[in-house]
Ligand binder design. Sequence first.
Ligand code: SF4
Length: 492
Amino acid sequence: MMNGKEYIESLRKYKPTVYFMGKKIESVADSPILAPHVNAAAMTYELAHDPKYEDVMTAKSHLTGEKINRFTHIHQSTEDLVKKVRMMRLLGRKTGSCFQRCVGLDALCALYITTYDIDQKYGTDYHERFKEYLIYVQKNDLMAAGAMTDVKGDRSLRPHQQADPDMYVRVVERREDGIVVRGAKAHITGAVNSHEIIALPTRAMGEKDKDYAVAFAVPVDAEGVVMFFGRQTNDMRRLDGDIDCGNAKYGTVGGEALIVFNDVFVPWERVFMCGEYDFASELVETFATYHRQNYGGCKVGVADVLIGASAAIAEYNGVEKASHIVDKLTEMVHLAETCWCCSLACSYEGFKTPSGAYMPNLLLANVTKLNITRFPYEWSRLAQDIVGGIVATTPSELDYKNPETRELIEKYLKGKADVPTEHRIRMIRLIENLSIGAELPESMHGAGSPAAQKIMIARRANLDLKKEEAKRVAGILPDEDYQRVRGEEKKE
Ligand code: SF4
């Protein structure tokens, strides 16, 4: 297993093509714009070496028996699922940000299950092929970016109906030694600072979409892969110093990128689905369930930091005992812990798939994520309420550091006399970072937008059973248990 430093060093061996603000980034490991994201991902490596966290951060590979980073582990029990979300809360709390590595983990788990099922139906050998790849990832402790969301073009049309056939990633050539793929994946978390990209289909497919039903893995610097690192709110503040960013060490959300596959060759040993369109929806649903399970872990870890920041700023302002502040902080805790309950519940209610891997409960994982499309907006609103309007009006770090103006800002931005002004400014900026930036849309759309969760919840709601129960309670259907209790059973 690599540690954090070794992970950063390992990125130097890769030469991905990454563009940002009209320029090519020469070294992902050394770019000041990418540094916070690299640091957040590095924590997934570093904490695995801390004996305090060993139990949640590491696991035993079911394939090799070796100790591995849990971010490369296929869950072998519900306990593994629970440890996964505990690991996410821990890392969310440590970084106050997205640490990115979960998408690749979830892609690995979804492929493990789906390749097994494809082989059962078609007699293919995807699962064995995938296991070889998995061992390679585990042994080298690699970080993989899970790339699912296609750019989609006209959303009302299926992949094969698009005016431009490249709106969904597709196979453009089948060769003896592999396939050639073309298309693009959008909003891909941690892509530029990963070692591998694992691409999966983004939706259910029909027979005519056969060429789009493709799953594969390539190194981030495979020939033909071009990435565009996305802009984020206040990203250029990173170049001014470490105060205005709010979270200079670990950034905001995952550092998403648009990945273009410009006729990329993929050897067969790295192809895990090719044309089995009837398994595209299983793969999507399985991946989505794993990723939706996470959000009551990672986002709640981040909420821990925001709640702490809100409590600290209340103290710095001298209002920590005001009853409305106590009430708002309590409300924030209640919202966050409700989401945590959801992540724990869907993990404990997980089940074994035919492949042997465990999956979270599908209904509860979707409930977890749907709550995350709402509750972070509410806990952010409460944080903004507590911090006050200054969250949007604080003078810049550059003015604060300017010897000509520093004294004035020191004097007039002071809260309680014994709290340094800089601490107050830093806490305000942290609340700004966590409640105004990309964190919120990420909660809304990461792992699928709310409508996607509602579809899954509606499918698994089992309304027929609920109607039956209602009819029984209302006296429309017989209630045998009641009749037994009352000695009213029918005599034969
Ligand atoms: Fe992991 Fe959460 Fe980031 Fe998704 S949003 S990659 S689950 S930290």
